[in-house]
Design a protein around this ligand. Sequence first.
Ligand code: DGL
Length: 266
Amino acid sequence: MDNRPIGVLDSGLGGLTVLKKVIEKMPNESTIFIGDQANMPYGDRSREEIISLTRDSVNFLISKDVKIIIFGCNTATAVAMSTIQKEIPLQIIGVVQSGALAAARTTETKNVAVIGTNATVDSHSYLKEIQYRDPEIKVSEFAQPKLAPLAEEDPDENIKNAVVSESLTPLKNADYDTLVLGCTHYPLLRDEIVAVVGQDKKIVDPADQVAQYTYNVLRRDDLFAESTAPVKHDYYTTGEAKKFTEITRQWMNDDTIVGHHVDAED
Ligand code: DGL
């Protein structure tokens, strides 16, 4: 048994979509979340920058004595995870591997589309991870640099619909039955995305599989918290705490949440 919290990181609010599933799946576990809002979007940054910023958040979570770290960020998983995993003894769980597994299990026509940040798409991580599971699956990847900032800003519905609709235009002629939300910000725009691609497409949110995988790892390594241990969820941002608190309360459906500002590189 291990009562230390689970650490979850992201460049911003997107990681909350993973955290939410983790908490739903494991209500006895405490968590610590950090969103690096001061430096988002990661998707347009260089490999070196993404590794360095992710490392800062990892070190912050380690300073809070977490027992395992979830990269609630596809970009960090695709670009920084293999490097950082070699540097620390704690296990890191990424979102791409889980998303790829879910996509391979979901597609019936063996045609998968993936939307993600520039860095995730450039890495071809989804293509490699999906075809590792089934080489016959055709994977079409589409970079969507506008969508994570859009989800982060949370503008009014008309703007959201217009930007999502324009961004997803290249998918109109694509052949796929399964769409992977390959950026953790995209579930925040799920309704708008479904309105454009249509109800007939199967949507894969890697967060479901990440929560299941984390559960499996905790069970395997005997890392579950004791059922009598107090449960606590802490929220940190490198950005502005007030707005972060507002959106986090809304998304997590919990008005008691108080977000704290932190400089992750401290
Ligand atoms: N939420 C992140 C992801 O899953 C990245 C968004 C960004 O910072 O560009 O890729």
